[in-house]
Ligand binder design. Structure first.
Ligand code: SF4
Length: 464
């Protein structure tokens, strides 16, 4: 049964990675709460220290993604929604910097070398694992293991990190996949956005007004990321010398429009909008997981195109986002939205499927077309690897968001123009994506050990 809230999937936070930045910050915040409670009952004359170990893909590409800075932010008591971006991006700029953590009555000194990147082995069940250890007089007394499972979601072996989740109710309409939802819709005659709104109100225990007010906040950050990205130029941080290209792409789109080359201009605009948000994400600015930070550019590009160029109203967009979220929920529950688990097909592929559903809903298509568009978008991302160079969310990630947005539009066109029933259902393609991801070598799952990451002499280690 799907009981994920819209606001668990779409979360405001800093770039560049939901699994390597947002998830670790939330886990560190959670551990901070745990040890603060623990230390209240301890004698204060003991020496207190912390160690954090990162395993798997978190170790392999953590430096490039700024995981160490995100962990410190969480330990200092920041969450992704309220962390000051400039301070975050300046943490650990000098390797000998030390930070004072105030935990109740206790003060703990924390330095970068308290974080250990275990490149060699991962004894845990998930490729993105963090182990937090509290030591008293250098003896471990408390340990907590978290898994960053994609999209900023974190889990422990016992439960999802409950203190960071909103209080949940039971959904009004029960479904686990697209087939269930299609059947529900046929039997009830209720339109899909109304079904999803009822579920969101039931799960998040909010009124309709509250749900739409919070969706408006999410929309605002997405739209602002496009606006900001379209204005900026220069080189992105990280040392790859990647230039921002959104502004020049947008100027090209305007030029194409003036020339009457409408088709080219459409794609140029979608590309420019997606580049804008993805470049903001790569620069560590505020974006929205959609469903992840790496894939954060596809849905804002879709929204910018629908609002700016097609003049679709904000209420339709908000309801369309509920539909896009439903596609993300089904993928998350039945496969994964994590590049470290199933490759980029699970990140940009999922974002494109969600965006195809958004296009279809906003253009007034029924649920069977929405499902078909999502299926087509995912089908043509199958097998896509996650192999970011130097572990930075730049190459291939930024252009990949642009191609994801264009594919999403084309998937909508293919689905809405079809006159026969599709042979492959959305649920089938999600299962194929899951199996394909399991078959992918670990080299292609956010470890920067293969593909583009090791081409042309690039290595994966920090500073290489
Ligand atoms: S290659 Fe895809 S999955 Fe991997 S970090 Fe980039 S956007 Fe995310």
């Amino acid at each position: 049964m799907i009981n994920t809230s819209f606001f668990e999937l779409f979360k405001i936070g800093p770039g560049p990675s939901s699994s390597h930045t947002v998830g670790p910050m939330r886990a560190a915040f959670e551990f901070r709460q745990t040890i603060t409670n623990y230390l209240q009952n301890c004698s204060s004359d003991k020496h207190i220290s912390l160690r954090i170990a990162l395993y798997g893909a978190l170790a392999a590409t953590g430096h490039g993604h700024g995981t160490h800075r995100a962990l410190l932010a969480g330990l200092l008591g920041y969450l992704p929604t309220n962390v000051p971006i400039t301070a975050l991006n300046n943490f650990f700029t000098a390797t000998d910097e030390s930070y004072c953590l105030l935990l109740g009555e206790q003060k703990i000194t924390f330095v970068e070398s308290d974080i250990y990147f275990d490149y060699g082995h991962n004894p845990y069940r998930h490729p993105n694992t963090m182990k937090f250890v509290l030591l008293q007089d250098y003896v471990p007394v408390l340990e907590q293991v978290f898994y960053s499972v994609g999209g900023g979601f974190i889990e422990t072996d016992k439960h999802e990190a409950a203190t960071l989740m909103i209080t949940k109710g039971t959904p009004t309409y029960i479904y686990s996949n697209m087939a269930d939802l299609q059947q529900l819709q046929q039997e009830s005659g209720v339109s899909v956005d109304v079904i999803l709104l009822a579920n969101e109100m039931a799960i998040s225990l909010m009124t309709e007004q509250e749900v739409f007010a919070r969706i408006a906040d999410i929309l605002e950050i997405m739209e602002q990321s496009v606006v900001n990205g379209l204005q900026k130029e220069g080189i992105l941080p990280g040392g790859l010398q990647v230039h921002r290209r959104a502004k020049s792409m947008y100027e090209k789109a305007q030029h194409l429009t003036e020339q009457g080359r409408w088709g080219d201009a459409l794609f140029a605009r979608l590309n420019a909008y997606a580049l804008a948000t993805s470049e903001e994400n790569a620069a560590g600015q505020m974006v929205v997981t959609a469903p992840t930070n790496g894939a954060a550019g596809v849905i804002p590009a879709t929204i910018a195109y629908l609002v700016n160029d097609c003049h679709v109203g904000r209420e339709t967009i908000s309801r369309g986002l509920l539909v896009a979220a439903m596609v993300g929920f089904i993928i998350k529950d039945n496969a994964s939205i994590s590049g470290a688990e199933l490759g980029c097909q699970a990140e940009v592929g999922s974002a494109a499927a969600m965006a195809a559903a958004l296009f279809s809903f906003c253009y007034g298509e029924p649920l069977d077309v929405i499902a078909s568009a999502a299926e087509i978008a995912m089908e043509h991302h199958l097998g896509m690897t996650c192999d970011p160079i130097k572990g930075l969310v730049q190459i291939p990630c930024i252009e990949r968001n642009a191609t994801g947005a264009v594919k999403a539009y084309n998937a909508y066109l293919l689905a809405s123009g079809r006159t026969t029933q599709p042979l492959i259902s959305f649920d089938q393609v999600v299962e194929v994506m899951r199996q394909t991801g399991l078959d992918l070598s670990a080299k292609y799952k956010e470890t920067a050990l293969g593909g583009l990451a090791t081409s042309f002499g690039w290595g994966n280690m920090p500073g290489s």
